[in-house]
Design a protein around this ligand. Structure first.
Ligand SMILES: *[C@@H]1O[C@H](CO)[C@@H](O)[C@H](O)[C@H]1NC(C)=O
Ligand SMILES: *[C@@H]1O[C@H](CO)[C@@H](O)[C@H](O)[C@H]1NC(C)=O
Ligand SMILES: *[C@@H]1O[C@H](CO)[C@@H](O)[C@H](O)[C@H]1NC(C)=O
Ligand SMILES: *[C@@H]1O[C@H](CO)[C@@H](O)[C@H](O)[C@H]1NC(C)=O
Ligand SMILES: *[C@@H]1O[C@H](CO)[C@@H](O)[C@H](O)[C@H]1NC(C)=O
Ligand SMILES: *[C@@H]1O[C@H](CO)[C@@H](O)[C@H](O)[C@H]1NC(C)=O
Length: 268
């Protein structure tokens, strides 16, 4: 190859790289983020969000859309929504909504679209999280918004049951449940799955455990809500009861010892 052609080729390459490089560093767009959903009382939620620092977010037109689905039954929901358009003024960063239901579940979805005027480039995201208003009896008791409650029961000296109660008001698809004692790499045995008006009840049993021992039970659940896969981990501590076998063994020992002492007395 002629050296001048080679030079031309290199120059062409550099020029074809430079505009691409410039457009990526000159335009920096980052979306605002949903920071929290807070239960105000038994009937209201406040959604809070945060804008990225302008040193990393150069967008000058930001749209925020908030949609809240209220779960009345698994099949009926009410939708509440609002939207905001920001140019330079970004003072509004929260929204409080009051609802007719008390201590209910909600899906809060926060969507954004950030652009720079005269650019075709935009960054668009959606984040959803589960929320729940506070208790009916006491508005300052606000339970965690969790799709499940996990409890232990039927505790004996060597076995116990772990029950995962899924709130069936939520339109979720259960993907998987794993109940295990992590320290022993031991999975529980599936027992049953039942449904009542409030829950889908999944039960698992651990057997052949030791008496008077505390086990850390790890429950890993995965489910789909609004097309988003959620994976959550819960740790529950269970202590097995005193073994009645221990009493039996010591009783036999005492019994044996007294027979032995009777023999000893007789032979003396
Ligand atoms: C809950 O808080 C909301 C928003 O502050 C308010 O409008 C509503 O009246 C309150 N409800 C109760 C039951 O306190
Ligand atoms: C934004 O970033 C700049 C530069 O990193 C920093 O000096 C400034 O304190 C930041 N502002 C906020 C509100 O975090
Ligand atoms: C930004 O908007 C808020 C609410 O609309 C308003 O109270 C405030 O004065 C505005 N700030 C500026 C600097 O325009
Ligand atoms: C985001 O905004 C841009 C510019 O207004 C528009 O072209 C684009 O369709 C929007 N994208 C979404 C996902 O809303
Ligand atoms: C509500 O719960 C709070 C916190 O647990 C407690 O301090 C308060 O006494 C309760 N109020 C009533 C009326 O039960
Ligand atoms: C459903 O089952 C749970 C767990 O066994 C129980 O606590 C609850 O009272 C039951 N609810 C109804 C409405 O039957």
């Amino acid at each position: 190859m002629d050296s001048s052609w080679y030079f031309f080729y290199v120059v062409l390459l550099i020029f074809s790289i430079v505009p691409l490089y410039r457009s990526q560093t000159d335009v920096s767009i980052t979306e605002p983020r949903l920071t929290s959903t807070v239960a105000v009382n038994s009937t209201a939620l406040t959604v809070n969000w945060q804008f990225a620092n302008s040193s990393i977010d150069q967008s000058d037109l930001i749209r925020v859309y908030i949609t809240i689905l209220e779960y009345f039954t698994k099949y009926t929901t009410t939708v509440y929504s609002t939207n905001y358009t920001y140019t330079t003024n970004k003072t509004i960063t929260s929204w409080t909504q009051n609802f007719p239901l008390v201590n209910a579940f909600y899906s809060v979805c926060f969507s954004t679209n950030s652009t720079i005027t005269n650019y075709t480039y935009f960054v668009s995201t959606t984040q959803c999280q589960l929320a729940r208003t506070c208790s009916r009896q006491n508005s300052s008791v606000c339970p965690n918004a969790s799709a499940v409650t996990i409890i232990s029961s039927d505790i004996t000296s060597n076995s116990f049951l772990i029950t995962i109660n899924w709130y069936n008001v939520l339109p979720i698809i259960r993907n998987s449940t794993v109940v295990q004692i992590l320290s022993e790499n031991l999975n529980a045995t599936f027992v049953s799955i039942l449904t009542n008006d409030t829950y889908i009840i999944e039960s698992y049993r651990f057997s052949n455990r030791q008496s008077l021992t505390t086990y850390a039970i790890n429950t890993l659940i995965s489910y789909t809500l609004l097309n988003q896969i959620k994976t959550e981990s819960y740790v529950l501590s269970v202590t097995t009861s005193r073994s009645s076998k221990n009493f039996l063994t010591s009783d036999i020992l005492i019994f044996g010892a007294s027979i032995l002492s009777i023999f000893l007395i007789k032979f003396h």
